[in-house]
Design a binder for this molecule. Structure first.
Ligand SMILES: NC(=O)c1ccc[n+]([C@@H]2O[C@H](COP(=O)([O-])OP(=O)(O)OC[C@H]3O[C@@H](n4cnc5c(N)ncnc54)[C@H](OP(=O)(O)O)[C@@H]3O)[C@@H](O)[C@H]2O)c1
Length: 278
C-alpha cells in the first residue's frame, strides 16, 4: 500500500485548513475511535448521524454532542441503532446515505471487530459476522455514499482499516484478511472517485486503547506502552489525512515502520514477534 498519496480531486483543502463537512455518518460511534470521530466532528460544527448497536450509549453521546458541539449553536445529531450484520438494518443506513433531505457529505466507515485465536477454534458464526461487518457493511455503505456524493460532485469517505491488514496474521486470520480488503478497496476507490469530487481515505491504526482488545479476547498485557495510541489521536490523524486528500493514513511513526515490516517480513517471523508480545 502507499503511505500517502495526493488527492485526485474532492473537497480536500490546503494542508492546514480543515474541510467543513456539513453532515457526517459515523459507524461504530458508541465507543473507541468512532466516538472520538463523532466528538471531533461535532467540535468542528459538523452535524452527525451516529450508529452502532448500543442505543443507550448512542443516545447519551448524542445528548453530549448536542450540548457541546460547534459552540453556542450546537449540532444536529441523529441516532440510528443498527446491527451492521443485519441486512435489513444495514439498508436503513444505505437509505439514509442516499436521502436528499439533510444530505450526508462524509461517511466514516469505522465499525469493526475481530477475534483472536486459531481460525478453527473460533465460533463460525462469529467469524462470519466479522466478514459481514468489516467487509459487507463497509462495502455496501461505501457504494451508497459514493453514488450519492458523486452525483452531488462533493463528499468524503473515510474507511477504517488496520496496519494488521498489511499482511496475513495467524491467530487473527479473518480479521487481518478483512482489513486487507478494506485497504485495497479504499485505495482503488480513492482513484475512481477523486475525479468526481469525492475524497476516499483509508485510516490504518495500530494498537489503540479502546474496547477492541477486550472484545477480541486478546491479552495485550505484555504489549509495550510505546506501541499504544489514544482513540482521540488516531481519529484526529484520520480526519487530517482525509482533509489533505491522502489515500492511506498510518498514524504514528512506529506504526508506519510496523506496517511496512508486516508487508515485507516472512509470515513466520511476524508470527514469532506477535506470539512474544501478545
Ligand atoms: N483498537 C485498536 O487497536 C485498533 C487497531 C486497528 C484498527 N482498529 C479498527 O478501528 C475501528 C474501531 O474500533 P475501536 O478500536 O474503536 O473498537 P471498539 O471500541 O470496540 O469500537 C467498535 C465499534 O464498532 C461497533 N460495532 C461492533 N460490531 C458492530 C455491529 N455488528 N453492528 C454495528 N456496530 C458494531 C461497536 O458498537 P456496538 O457494540 O454498540 O454495536 C463500537 O462502537 C474498527 O474498525 C477496528 O477494526 C482498531
Amino acid at each position: 500500500m502507499t503511505a500517502a498519496s495526493d488527492s485526485s480531486g474532492g473537497p480536500a483543502g490546503p494542508a492546514d485548513e480543515p474541510v467543513r463537512w456539513q453532515r457526517a455518518l459515523v459507524t461504530g460511534a458508541s465507543s473507541g475511535i468512532g466516538r472520538a470521530f463523532a466528538r471531533l466532528l461535532a467540535a468542528r460544527g459538523t452535524d452527525l448521524v451516529i450508529t452502532a448497536r448500543d442505543g443507550h450509549r448512542l443516545r447519551a453521546l448524542a445528548g453530549e454532542l448536542r450540548e457541546s458541539g460547534g459552540g453556542s449553536a450546537g449540532v444536529d445529531v441523529e441516532v440510528i441503532v443498527a446491527d451492521l450484520a443485519d441486512r435489513e438494518r444495514l439498508d436503513v443506513l444505505v437509505d439514509r446515505l442516499e436521502a436528499e433531505d439533510s444530505p450526508i457529505d462524509l461517511l466514516v466507515n469505522n465499525a469493526g471487530f475481530g477475534f483472536s485465536g486459531d481460525f478453527i477454534t473460533l465460533d463460525r458464526d462469529g467469524e462470519t459476522a466479522v466478514v459481514d461487518v468489516n467487509i459487507v457493511a463497509l462495502h455496501r455503505l461505501a457504494h451508497a455514499a459514493g453514488t450519492a456524493m458523486s452525483a452531488r460532485g462533493r463528499g468524503g469517505i473515510l474507511n477504517v482499516s488496520s496496519i494488521v491488514g498489511s499482511g496475513p496474521a495467524p491467530r487473527a486470520a479473518t480479521y487481518a484478511a478483512t482489513k486487507a480488503f478494506v485497504t485495497s478497496f479504499s485505495e482503488a476507490l480513492h482513484v475512481e472517485l477523486g475525479p468526481q469530487g469525492v475524497t476516499v481515505s483509508c485510516l490504518c491504526p495500530g494498537l489503540t486503547r479502546t474496547e477492541f482488545q477486550d472484545r477480541a479476547g486478546s491479552d495485550s498485557s505484555r504489549t509495550p506502552d510505546f506501541l499504544w495510541q489514544s482513540a482521540e489521536d488516531v481519529a484526529a490523524a484520520g480526519l487530517a489525512g482525509l482533509d489533505r486528500g491522502r489515500a492511506v493514513v498510518v498514524p504514528g511513526a512506529h506504526n508506519k515502520i510496523l506496517s511496512a515490516g508486516i508487508g515485507l517480513a516472512p509470515i513466520t517471523l511476524i508470527d514469532r514477534v506477535r506470539r512474544r508480545f501478545r
